[in-house]
Each structure stands twice: as structure tokens, then as C-alpha cells.
Design a protein around this ligand. Structure first.
Ligand code: PMP
Ligand code: GLU
Length: 397
């Protein structure tokens, strides 16, 4: 008897989480695996944030919280958006959730009707496409490649927009490519949006504090667009707080209210202790995370220089986040013994089982000729990982 719904049968498992699960299974068997499949900072959460969580426990912040988050958290987000991003939202337009992942699914459920088109520049983050499909929306993916730093052009965007387009959704800096659009490039895309007032824009800025080419520009700061821009962010990446689970969005009032309605039926407000810690984090000067940013920059440069020594690997120069997304298609069709590497998934399984390095295949990100490496790990581990990858790839005939 199969009790499962059609909806869940069609849903793919998150590829990032799946690869990480496989890596952990091998680790549990005693195999020395380097896991570069999951996008998760290896740093500890800063002490001043941890202290405020301990304080919140002692002060009995143990009750249900308002569905969109504590009022002073909404205010802290408003101030953060103003201070860092030149974005103007009111506290009532802010909804805090159990991770940015929940912010995005709330949004998708709030705006996507069956048949609505959502434009995703590819490569895109794994969960976007699944969330859209779950809501019977149609994914319109715009292809890019490493040669153009994975950036779409204004005319590509313009050609993709139809009367059915509901939303444009992207991450900037991008997971999985690390690509960061400049202000000039976003203003050029903004001109296309100005001509198409029926299109919502969702800017996922969760890697905002991990940038290597100056500050990130928020597309919602273009004043003509703020009335239909949803800005998503969270504490997972910038503050090394993945397990604490706090994300948030700023949205047009009616959309924020719809997200609150959905969240109120599904999960209620996010964790009280995490929210108190988040207020402390967001009110702090962003320079507190600079040491992590500096470490990521060194790791990026190291990884790129090492990967350039691996034959037939093509990479861009990511402006942010902590991912490298090499093109690996010249390895497709090669063999290890009798086993043929047909695609990026086979290549990742080979690198996991033989090279003992866990990476994520590009197909889940809408880019089947690529693989993703997360370099949120120490320089020594990066060196060892690339040496294993290189050896395993050279062994393919
Ligand atoms: N957006 C992007 C682009 C991501 O890479 C992630 C991965 N964590 C998320 C959203 C979700 O983050 P979280 O739920 O941990 O806040
Ligand atoms: N977003 C991270 C990643 O892409 C964490 C895993 C996930 O949330 O899917 O690896």
C-alpha cells in the first residue's frame, strides 16, 4: 500500500542534504571523508550572540512568540535593512521565520498560483525549483555559464517575461556559483522590471556578509522597485548560525500579511531564544563578522589556485558566498574500471566513494555540467580535498 501523496512523490530530496547524508554514512563506517557538499560555515557562533541566548533562557523567554517575530526583532531587521542595504520597510512588513528556507516557502505559497511562471537564473539554489513545483508553479530557468560569470543579461530577462510571469527569484551572492551582481548590472536588470510592473522580485541575500568585491547592492533599494521587492536574509551564513534557524523577509504589506497567515497555520513564530540572540546579532556593527569574511577570501583564493592545476576544470572567480562551481563535462564518458561516468552525479559518487570527498552535482542547481564545492572549511582541508579530487580525476581513463 502506498500512502504517500502525489505531491510528495514528485518532490525531490534536497541534493545538498542528500550528499551530506551519504558522506556521514561513510564517515560512520570509519572512512575519512572530506565533506564539501553542504553550505555551512565551520566557524562557531560569536560569543556575544551566544551570551544573549543564555540570558534569554535565564529570563524565561520560553513562551510562544508573535507569529512574525518579536516586535523588537522586526525593528532590528528594519534598522538592519536601512543601515546595510538602503532598504525601507516598516516593522509590519517584516516576517521572521525558522530559517530563510521557511521565509522562501512562505513567500512561494503566498504568491504562486498553479501555472504561474517564476523566473530563475540558472544555476539556482536547489530548493527554489522544488518549492515552485510543489506549488504547481512553472520554473522558467535562464541559462548562464562560467564564461560570463553566470550572469544573465537584461535582454535574456526581458525575453523570458510573459503575462504569466509572477516572480523573478535569485540569490545574490549566488548559491551555487558565488556570483555577485554589481550595482550597475542590477540597475540594468531593474530597467526591465520597471517596464514590467506585474513581476515581483525576490532577492535572497543570505550571503550578504560574505563578499569579496565590496558591498553587495540590494535591488530593492531602487526606489521604483521596493513596492514589489521581497528581500530575504537570515543569520545562518553571515553569523555562522545554521542550527539556530532564523531567517526573515521584508515584503509588500499584503504579502507579509499572507506569509504571517501561512506561518501561523504551519509553525507559529520562530524560536524565542534564537530571536533574542538574533536581535543582538542584527544590532551589532557588521564589522564583527569581518574576520570570517577575511578567512573565506583566503580560502577562495587558495581553492581557485589549486583547482586551476586540475586538468580540464573550468571555473569563474566568485565575488561572494563560499562555493566554487567548476564545469566538469570533459570527464563525462570516462571510465574507472568498468564504471562509466555518465554525468555530474556519477562523477560526484565516484569522487565520494573513491576520492573520499563529498561534493554536490550541478543538476539539482539546474546546471548538469557542473559540480559544487563548498569551501567553508579550513585551508588544510581544502588542500587535502583538492589533492584527492585531482588524483581521482587523473585516474579516470
Ligand atoms: N537561500 C540560499 C541561497 C541558501 O543557500 C540557503 C542555505 N542555507 C538558504 C536560503 C536557507 O538558509 P536557512 O534556512 O539556513 O536560513
Ligand atoms: N543552503 C545550504 C546548501 O546549499 C545548506 C543546505 C540546504 O539548506 O539545502 O548547501
Amino acid at each position: 500500500m502506498n500512502f504517500l501523496s502525489n505531491r510528495v512523490e514528485k518532490l525531490a530530496e534536497s541534493e545538498t542534504l542528500a550528499m551530506s547524508r551519504l558522506a556521514n554514512e561513510l564517515k560512520d563506517k570509519g572512512i575519512n571523508i572530506i565533506n564539501m557538499s553542504l553550505g555551512e560555515p565551520d566557524f562557531a557562533t560569536p560569543d556575544f550572540i551566544k551570551l544573549s541566548a543564555k540570558d534569554a533562557i535565564d529570563k524565561n523567554f520560553s513562551y510562544y512568540t508573535p507569529v512574525p517575530g518579536y516586535k523588537d526583532l522586526q525593528e532590528a531587521v528594519v534598522n538592519k535593512f536601512k543601515r546595510d542595504n538602503n532598504l525601507t520597510y516598516k516593522p509590519s512588513q517584516i516576517v521572521a521565520s525558522t530559517g530563510a528556507k521557511q521565509s522562501i516557502i512562505n513567500l512561494v505559497m503566498a504568491v504562486v498560483n498553479p501555472g504561474d511562471e517564476v523566473i530563475l537564473p540558472a544555476p539556482y539554489w536547489v530548493s527554489y525549483s522544488e518549492m515552485i513545483s510543489l506549488n504547481e508553479g512553472k520554473v522558467i530557468s535562464l541559462s548562464t555559464d562560467y564564461r560570463s560569470d553566470f550572469k544573465i543579461t537584461p535582454s535574456q530577462l526581458e525575453n523570458a517575461i510573459t503575462p504569466k510571469t509572477k516572480m523573478f527569484l535569485f540569490s545574490n551572492p549566488c548559491n551555487p556559483t558565488g556570483t555577485m551582481y554589481s550595482e550597475k548590472e542590477l540597475r540594468a536588470l531593474g530597467e526591465v522590471f520597471k517596464k514590467n510592473p506585474h513581476v515581483l522580485i525576490c532577492s535572497d541575500e543570505i550571503y550578504e556578509y560574505i563578499t569579496f568585491e565590496g558591498k553587495m547592492f540590494s535591488i530593492g533599494s531602487i526606489s521604483e522597485l521596493i513596492d514589489r521587492t521581497i528581500t530575504v536574509n537570515g543569520l545562518s551564513k553571515g553569523f555562522a548560525m545554521t542550527g539556530w534557524r532564523l531567517g526573515y523577509l521584508g515584503a509588500p504589506q499584503a504579502i507579509a500579511a499572507a506569509c504571517v497567515k501561512i506561518q501561523g497555520q504551519f509553525t507559529s513564530g520562530p524560536c524565542s531564544i534564537t530571536q533574542r540572540a538574533a536581535i543582538t546579532a542584527l544590532n551589532a556593527d557588521p564589522s564583527v563578522v569581518q574576520p570570517m569574511q577575511n578567512a573565506f577570501l583566503k580560502r577562495r583564493d587558495l581553492l581557485i589556485s589549486l583547482m586551476k592545476e586540475v586538468p580540464n576544470i573550468k571555473v569563474n572567480n566568485p565575488g561572494g558566498a563560499f562555493y566554487l562551481f567548476p564545469e566538469v563535462s570533459s570527464y563525462f564518458g570516462k571510465k574507472h574500471g568498468d564504471v562509466v561516468i555518465k554525468d555530474a552525479k556519477d562523477l560526484c559518487m565516484y569522487l565520494l566513494n573513491t576520492g573520499h570527498v563529498a561534493l554536490t552535482p550541478g543538476g539539482a542547481f539546474g546546471a548538469p555540467e557542473y559540480i559544487r564545492l563548498s569551501y567553508a572549511t579550513s585551508e588544510d582541508i581544502i588542500r587535502e580535498a583538492v589533492s584527492r579530487i585531482k588524483k581521482a580525476l587523473i585516474d579516470l581513463k
